[in-house]
Design a protein around this ligand. Structure first.
Ligand code: ATP
Ligand code: MG
Length: 178
């Protein structure tokens, strides 16, 4: 048995509400899309993948030891990933996220037998998923602009099955306000 783990930045409820409205509007206009539910919206900082459950405790300790002020972020443009053949509709985030991302990755590398993704970090929130075999229309309105602070870093266990993945929070650290 393995545990599918990832670490994410928690988003303020008001931002999740706005993003959920955008994702649900896109899905209502296009049957190829399935919106992500409001409570599941998050920004992935590190994807650990399927791990030995013995990794849960050290990963949780690594997350609880993160010390950072809450990064100030803004919503960017809607972004289809992968661009040529999209399977998700996301919104890009801009702002000073690199130091927090680097700290989270460094702490996980020190705590686990895990190597960070070599690809550049492109912060985004997934708003809707393309249904299997479907092709989405690409035209979208621009998302509403908003600036906000990330509130907490959370270690999640992802439970895949039929229907949407369920994310179980395992460890959380609040970020200090600026
Ligand atoms: P599903 O895979 O059933 O569509 P999901 O993508 O929401 O559901 P997971 O695949 O467990 O659930 O992913 C959890 C989080 O980690 C999501 O934010 C996802 O975008 C991200 N993620 C998944 N795989 C990778 C990967 N290979 N590299 C980086 N991030 C990933
Ligand atoms: Mg996935």
């Amino acid at each position: 048995m393995t545990a599918r783990l990832f670490v994410a930045l928690e988003l303020p409820a008001a931002v999740r509400a706005d993003l959920a409205a955008f994702g649900h509007a896109a899905a209502a206009a296009d049957p190829a899309l399935r919106a992500v539910s409001e409570d599941a919206l998050h920004l992935t900082l590190a994807f650990l993948g399927h791990r030995d459950p013995a990794d849960i405790d050290p990963a949780g300790e690594a997350v609880r030891g993160v010390r950072s002020t809450a990064p100030v972020l803004a919503l960017g443009d809607a972004l289809w990933l992968a661009p040529r053949r999209p399977h998700v509709l996301t919104v890009a985030l801009t702002g000073m996220l690199a130091p927090l991302h680097a700290q989270v990755v460094e702490r996980l590398v020190a705590a686990l037998d895990w190597e960070a993704d070599a690809r550049p970090f492109r912060p985004h929130v997934t708003l809707a998923r393309v249904r299997r075999g479907a092709r989405p229309h690409r035209e979208l309105p621009d998302p509403q602009q908003a600036a906000f602070a990330g509130e907490a870093v959370v270690l999640y266990r992802s439970h895949l099955g039929r229907g949407p993945a369920r994310y179980e929070p395992l460890a959380r650290v609040s970020l200090s306000s600026q």
